[in-house]
Design a binder for this molecule. Structure first.
Ligand SMILES: [Ca+2]
Ligand SMILES: [Ca+2]
Length: 825
């Protein structure tokens, strides 16, 4: 409960209210204490100290070092000795050397290492007064090169603090809504190196970089003094400098920093940090339900997420709203306790018995949810925004218009050049000592100025994600034949227009567009490749219209690089995608279809001497058999499909099982009987998930949100239900849909942007700095922080693992959306 009433009450009432509180609650919030040996905690304040080390590949993710979870929200992060005022993602992050949690005397001691500078600062955190103390301890004086550069930083989430005040040594200020603090230019020779020697800054040959200047300085900072849920007081004998990281990177945070002194050892810096604790604070319940609504005949269950300290109520209520706005309670639902999962407890309320069509909402305690429908055909349109809007916006090499808006111009007319040999790239691309292609390093490669999708929020063409998306789209086509046409795609003019039918099914147009760079790889390079991406970090982090990424002129040095290395796994996956695509396009575009099949067969033949023992080879065999009816592929499937699945642990077999189920129509009569025990193990796995958490899916991901696994579970459940309805039911598919549509932890908005009554405000795509969404994109979902925190932020788009939509997940959702309709035909 918030206690804002005191700001507006006469003094006597405040006194009366305070007396009431005194009788009900402890006088003061408890001191921070190490709970369960993991992190410091008190009422509504959790302080994690390097429970989450810096990531070895994503570097600065703003979810490492010292983190503060304030009233259930990650509001401060990156507490650590850092080498820049406002570090960016690719600035150096330290490795953790040691991490000691000591319950007596309640300290956490961390030593980190910057190997490039032989610099190993120690940080010690301990409860102090109403907050905690951080000390930085040096065993050797600061290296000279880091004097004036190394400091202790703690970063604060802009969206949690803008619209709030700030007090600096008692003087009133407010947080800038938009970054407007000052910078200075400094010579590049003075710059602390970034990871792998890269530079995020394009200095246009000026030999200088920009360094932010502080917008406030003092010895006592009080952030958000007016807000009990956000107030943090920081004091130090060292000067506290406050920066706005957004002046150098739009995903920057507000940073509080003190420089480490030169020439000193021992405890060289100490801060007292006091995040406000509210005695007896409890998080508000999160009432999870499907924002899309429900079919009358399906099961309907709200999952309510509660603070662990909360006492569950006895019941919840379902209300119906009529045309005059009158609300009528139509069902009192007994609350059933489910148990604990991560940091919360869960209860459920069932309203399956209500089948009358209408507008409804749920009430638990004094909280009423937004409304949702119960009606027949509720899923009919759910996949339309993904195909009508989201996929068109992802189209590379096209100008994409929607009514008055041009989403982007035609990008990358200068694609592409051969990636140089021996290149380690920052986004998980690498080129070995050979080009493995007919091209020399940096030589222009023709044939890549059409087709493809931006695989996510960045501007690369990633081959494996294209393969997965094409396979999923062909499955959607062959299983459901959706003829929807709401998009104009003019491949010759490189022009796409949203909400403009052109007489051709949009799904086939997307398949034909997406496969172009993939088939070109086999035809021009000779085999599938890792993909095509931006050569430099300063190009890679581009925000804005993709057509301004390069100058669109061949030979000027800003072209994307084609990473031409390959391996049997990518080869077989690509062969599968090409073979599947050849079937879908057979009558729509016979010439492209035939190119795809020729390429698929070539890739298969070229790998004949490397018969990979993996399910991806079986997937390629299945797609090739369906495309050619060549019995050699069928023999391989008959010999290996079941044995391959039997050798896999059930929890890793879900997508292979989907392939095996898709093979049912082409296999012998005895096949379903042999497959049945595998489907039984899948049934067991679904039941295990229902015991793990009340949602019955892998709700929370570790490095990336969990929704990819959730959607994949739904697709496998759909095929399992199709062929083994006695083992896997309709509800096993619907559970996945309910989850994606809002019946999930943390908040109850639909993860599918724009689909449902209340949906994600922010997802991460081409428009990632615009605090908005592109309709139909599916958010990655809930992302974990060790040991028990998870979240999906919806006021801050920039966490890629939470909000960066991908073509793979969104194409799986299109399949599921069609499947939901099929279930109720
Ligand atoms: Ca169309
Ligand atoms: Ca160029």
């Amino acid at each position: 409960m918030t206690q804002h009433h005191r700001y507006h009450s006469p003094r006597s009432l405040v006194f009366a209210a305070a007396l009431t509180l005194l009788s009900a609650l402890p006088v003061h919030a408890q001191q921070l204490r190490l709970t369960g040996g993991d992190y410091f905690s008190t009422d509504g304040v959790d302080v994690m100290v390097f429970n989450n080390p810096y990531h070895s590949f994503f570097y600065d993710e703003k979810r490492s070092g010292i983190d503060i979870i304030h009233q259930g929200v990650l509001t401060a992060s990156n507490g650590c000795v850092r080498l820049q005022p406002t570090p960016e993602q690719w600035d150096l992050v330290p490795e953790t050397v040691s991490h000691k949690i000591d319950a007596k005397p309640q300290t956490v001691d961390v030593v980190v290492d910057y190997p490039d500078y032989a610099f190993q600062p120690e940080m010690r955190v301990m409860p102090e007064g109403k907050g905690f103390r951080v000390e930085v301890i040096l065993s050797k004086p600061l290296p000279q090169t880091l004097e004036g550069k190394a400091g202790f930083n703690l970063e604060f989430l802009p969206s949690a603090y803008w619209t709030h005040s700030l007090m600096v040594d008692g003087q009133p200020h407010y947080f800038p809504r938009y970054p407007n603090s000052e910078t200075e230019t400094r010579p590049n020779a003075d710059k602390v190196k970034q990871v792998l020697g890269y530079s995020t800054y394009d200095d246009r040959g000026r030999g200088e970089y920009i360094s932010p200047l502080p917008f406030a300085r003092g010895h006592e900072l009080v952030l958000a003094p007016e807000d009990d849920s956000r107030r943090v007081r920081i004091t130090s004998d060292s000067t506290l400098l406050m920066y706005d990281g957004r002046v150098v990177a739009q995903n920057g945070w507000y940073v509080v920093r003190s420089l480490l002194p030169a020439g000193k050892t021992g405890t060289v810096l100490s801060w007292h940090v006091e995040p406000n604790a509210v005695a007896g604070w409890q998080r508000q319940p999160n009432i999870g339900f499907s924002q899309v609504g429900y079919e009358p005949t399906q099961q309907k269950q709200a999952v309510i997420e509660l603070d662990r300290k909360a006492t569950p109520l006895a019941s919840a209520t379902l209300l119906r709203i009529d045309a005059t706005g009158r609300r009528t309670a139509v069902l009192t639902m007994p609350i059933r306790r489910w148990g604990e999962f991560k940091r919360y407890q869960y209860v459920t309320a069932d309203f399956s018995q209500v089948a009358e069509e209408g507008v409804y909402c749920l009430q638990y305690g004094d909280q009423q949810t937004n409304t949702f429908p119960i009606r027949r055909g509720v899923y009919r349109d759910v996949w339309h925004p993904s195909m009508d809007v989201w996929f068109p916006v992802q189209m590379d090499h096209m100008t994409v218009r929607e009514a008055y808006r041009v989403w982007h111009g035609e990008p990358f007319k200068d694609d592409c050049v051969q990636a140089p040999v021996n290149t380690e790239h920052f986004d998980n691309y690498r080129q070995g000592p050979e080009t493995e292609s007919p091209f020399r390093s940096l030589e222009h490669i023709p044939g890549f100025t059409a087709g493809g999708w931006f695989d996510a929020g960045d501007f690369d063409i990633e081959t494996p994600s294209h393969d997965g998306t094409l396979l999923s789209m062909v499955s959607t086509w062959e299983e459901f034949k959706p003829l929807r046409d709401q998009t104009l795609v003019d491949a010759d003019k490189h022009y796409t227009e949203i909400h403009h039918p052109d007489g051709k099914p949009d799904l086939l147009q997307q398949i034909a567009h997406g496969v172009l760079p993939i088939v070109a790889q086999v035809e021009v390079i000779g085999h599938p490749c890792r993909g095509i991406t931006l050569p430099t970090l300063s190009e890679y982090h581009h925000l804005g219209d993709a057509s301004t990424e390069t100058d669109n002129t061949v030979g000027t040095g800003d072209e994307r690089w084609c990473f031409t290395s390959h391996n049997p796994h990518t080869d077989y996956y690509t062969a599968a995608a090409l073979a599947a695509t050849s079937r879908a396009l057979k009558s729509y575009d016979p010439q492209l279809s035939s190119r795809c099949l020729t390429a698929a067969q070539k890739v298969w033949r070229d790998n004949a001497d490397k018969p990979l023992r993996a399910s991806v080879r079986l997937q390629a065999a299945l797609e090739l058999y369906k495309a050619t009816a060549d019995k050699a592929y069928l023999r391989l499937l008959r010999d290996s499909m079941i044995t391959t699945l039997e050798a896999m642990p059930a929890d890793r077999a879900s997508s292979t099982l989907a392939t095996a189920l898709q093979a049912v129509p082409v296999m012998d009569k005895g096949y379903p009987k042999r497959l049945r025990p595998i489907v039984e193990a899948f049934r067991q796995l679904l039941d295990d998930k229902l015991r793990d958490n009340p949602y019955g899916v892998d709700a929370v991901g570790e490095n990336w949100g969990g929704n990819g696994a959730v959607a994949s579970q739904g697709v496998t459940a759909y095929y399992a239900h199709k062929y083994f309805p006695d083992l896997v039911g309709r509800e096993d598919v619907l559970r996945v849909a309910n989850f994606l549509f809002g019946c999930h932890p943390d908040h109850n908005k639909s993860f599918v942007a724009g689909v449902g009554v209340r949906t994600k405000n922010m997802t991460y795509g081409n428009t990632r700095a615009d605090f908005t969404f592109i309709a139909g994109g599916v958010a990655p979902g809930l992302l974990a922080m060790k040991p028990d925190y998870f979240e999906n932020k919806d006021d801050w788009p920039f966490y890629w693992g939470q909000n960066e939509c991908t073509i793979g997940l969104t194409s799986e959702f299109v399949f599921l959306g069609n499947a939901l309709n099929k279930l109720f035909e």
